[in-house]
Design a protein around this ligand. Structure first.
Ligand code: SF4
Length: 387
């Protein structure tokens, strides 16, 4: 698991501020005019002067003495070995920690908009917090101009990203302006879009490639509301999806598979196929062993090996209706052959690991593996490495 944030080793010639500082990282000898806004990541080669900041891996710390030209710098612990050109990092206001906000060589850049949420899902991997974290929105507005224009895709996540209302709309508009060729994926519970006015504001952005991923966990409203711990959520979510599609927006339905959702999974897929045939994608997703999932493991965990036939039937229902369906966050040896055409390697690279049993597997490259938390806190004991 890659470490995306934490304490730094040492900082020099940088004044404490009331504001965090964002830097786009460079490993290249850029023209002088471009150096003023960038942080240079010190490597084995010459250290060019003129950069506004220098990031010095601890192993290179002795090189600071080599040059009188280096100004403000931060010494990084070894865990940030993966940093590269065009990544974006944040130095905290108190200058004691760093966070990697964007990795240029990754297709799994997810931008946190808030930790607040109007759901309290049994399996939430990032339990909601009520504190005002609107500073995250300010930071996103600073971040978007720093992201390379050729970025293929970025995601926005929460909490519930739409809770900030017009500020959410503004940020989606900025994403379109700064990154017009970058696909955007928003994870939302969809309830804000039950307001036709809000859905219209969102549609008016006219982003060329944006999709909202919205969870539905049951065709039974009471059960869905229980899983998300919010009364009336099912109705609002459905109205949100209908409004988005009415306005020609792309929608993905996400179903997390666990002890509460699996017993009615086939009925849910029938419901989706008959009533929401027009959505753009349906993702059937494995559990992540983080946050509330670990606390609620007794009422959530089902070995994927034990629901593999139900998963086959669910995929079969959706695909027979010619819906676009994918299976995410599963292990290749734990799905039936008929699911494999729909199987995707989906776990974000920074939290993707394999179990010790996988060492001998011949299909490891095709398998999505596990969340790091799964390897650490529990996974199926029925793995069958391919010969
Ligand atoms: S044994 Fe192979 S298929 Fe099974 S989880 Fe490990 S790598 Fe994936």
């Amino acid at each position: 698991m890659l470490k995306l944030g934490g304490k730094i080793v040492r900082i020099d010639a940088v004044e404490v501020s009331d504001k965090a500082h964002l830097f786009r990282v460079s490993t290249k000898d850029l023209p002088c005019a471009l150096r003023k806004d960038r942080a240079y990541l010190v490597g084995a080669g010459n250290i060019p002067d003129g950069y506004v900041h220098y990031l010095v891996p601890q192993a290179q710390e002795s090189r600071i003495e080599e040059t009188a030209e280096i100004g403000a710098y931060t010494v990084l612990p070894p865990e940030y070995f993966y940093l590269g050109h065009d990544d974006v990092v944040r130095l905290s206001a108190d200058r004691t920690s760093i966070r990697v906000l964007f990795r240029a060589n990754s297709n799994h850049n997810s931008i946190l908009m808030t930790e607040q949420c109007n759901h309290y899902c049994l399996m939430c991997s990032q339990p909601p917090k009520s504190a005002d974290d609107s500073w995250l929105l300010n930071e996103i507005e600073d971040l978007l101009p720093l992201i390379p224009k050729d970025t293929v895709e970025i995601g926005f996540t929460g909490g519930e990203p739409t809770l900030s209302g017009d500020r959410f709309i503004r940020i989606m508009g900025l994403a379109k302006s700064y990154l017009p060729r970058t696909a955007v994926h928003v994870l939302s519970n969809g309830r804000s879009f039950a307001s036709l006015d809000f859905a219209k504001k969102y549609a008016a952005i006219q982003h060329p490639d944006i999709m909202v991923g919205i969870p539905i966990y049951s065709d039974d409203p009471t059960l869905h509301d229980y899983i998300v711990q919010a009364k009336g959520a099912f109705d609002e979510t459905l109205r949100g999806i209908l409004n988005l599609k009415l306005l020609g927006q792309k929608v993905e339905i996400r179903i997390v598979l666990h002890k509460q959702s699996i017993p009615r999974l086939k009925e849910l897929c029938e419901f989706i196929a008959r009533n929401l045939l027009f959505v753009d994608h349906v993702a059937l997703m494995g559990l992540e062993m983080m946050g509330f999932t670990r606390a609620n493991l007794d009422i959530l965990w089902v070995d994927p090996h034990d629901y593999r036939d139900t998963l086959s039937e669910a995929v079969g229902i959706l695909s027979r209706y010619r819906m676009n369906v994918s299976v995410y966050n599963h292990q290749l040896c734990l799905v039936n052959d008929d699911v494999q055409p729909f199987y995707r390697k989906s776990i974000s690279d920074w939290k993707n690991e394999y179990a010790p049993e996988c060492a001998s597997c011949s299909k490891r490259d095709e398998c999505g593996g596990f969340f790091s938390s799964g390897v650490k806190f529990g996974y199926s004991r029925k793995l069958v490495p391919f010969l």
